[in-house]
Write a protein that binds this ligand. Structure first.
Ligand code: COA
Length: 260
């Protein structure tokens, strides 16, 4: 049974005990605005105690998963640095007791890759490109990625991905432990549905407690998020970040003199 849709660029629907959140702003590569984060947070928190939903799926419409945070939003935030909607979403995702499946294709940029580190199953098509471009925007890692990524992929790979900020392939992501599996685009819907069906068939108590036991480090993750956040907000207002945002929005190269 479909229990309804939320408006605008996020579609959230519940069917057969599964909440599916679809990012649906294809003309902007599914770039995430504050309103979209708020809606996703609302959707995740809304099923917290409904006694029925057992799994969450996150995916994107169009030709990519998401191009990450909307850079216009970033640019506007520099003078009044505060991102409560983004925090609400990421903290809801990190804290949910339900298993989360990410279905990824095309590009997963910035928070689009960061959020995967908080999921339990990550399926990606072979063409997917991942990138953590914070350094190239004058920013720093966020939402515990500076803790989770080295833990998952090792320091050397995490340093490469976070200090160079260059795209990496699905094969690399799989090799270094970020993906459950690489799945051909034609099959990914049915693979995700099949995993949903298997999870929904598990006893609710065991499912939640298994996740809780696997994720026994919430204090450390929350602390890392807070530590990163202070530095992230400082970086958001830096001259380097302002130059990077302006360059992107005006479709021009970054001026190296202003990016130091
Ligand atoms: N914020 C705001 N708008 C974005 C965006 C973002 N993160 N990503 C893409 N868009 C917009 C583009 O400005 C463009 O808008 P326009 O049609 O009005 O000009 C539209 O989405 C299509 O993007 P485009 O760059 O033309 O697509 P592409 O296929 O050539 O490149 C990307 C796709 C994802 C590689 C590229 O858009 C990109 O690098 N985006 C920025 C990613 C980023 O740095 N995100 C922040 C992470 S912290």
């Amino acid at each position: 049974m479909n229990k309804g849709l939320t408006m605008s660029y996020i579609n959230a629907s519940i069917e057969d005990h599964c909440l599916t959140i679809t990012i649906s702003r294809a003309d902007k590569k599914n770039a995430l605005t504050r309103d979209m984060y708020q809606q996703m947070a609302h959707a995740i928190l809304g099923v917290k105690n409904d006694g029925s939903t057992k799994v969450i799926v996150i995916k994107g419409d169009g030709d990519c998963f998401t191009a990450g945070n909307d850079i216009s939003d970033f640019a506007q935030q520099t003078d009044n640095a505060s991102v409560p909607e983004t925090s609400a979403f990421m903290r809801a995702l990190a804290a949910t007791e339900l298993p989360v499946i990410a279905q990824v294709h095309g590009m997963a940029v910035g928070i689009g890759t960061t959020l995967l580190l908080h999921c339990d199953f990550v399926y990606a098509t072979p063409d997917t490109r991942f990138v953590l471009p914070f350094i190239n925007l004058g920013l720093v890692p966020e939402y515990a990625s500076s803790y989770l990524l080295p833990k998952i992929a090792g320091h050397i790979k995490a340093a490469e991905w976070l200090m160079l900020g260059e795209p990496f392939s699905a094969q690399d992501a799989y090799q270094f432990g970020m993906l459950s599996k690489i799945i051909e685009a034609a099959d990914i819907d049915s693979v995700v549905k099949n995993t949903v069906k298997k999870l929904v068939g598990k006893p609710a108590f065991s499912l939640r407690q298994t996740k809780a036991l696997l994720k026994g480090e919430n204090d450390k993750i929350n602390q890392q998020m807070s530590d990163e956040f202070d530095i992230f907000l400082e970086a958001l207002g830096s001259p380097a970040a302002k130059e990077a945002f302006d360059a992107f929005l005006n479709k021009r190269p970054i001026n190296p003199e202003k990016f130091k």
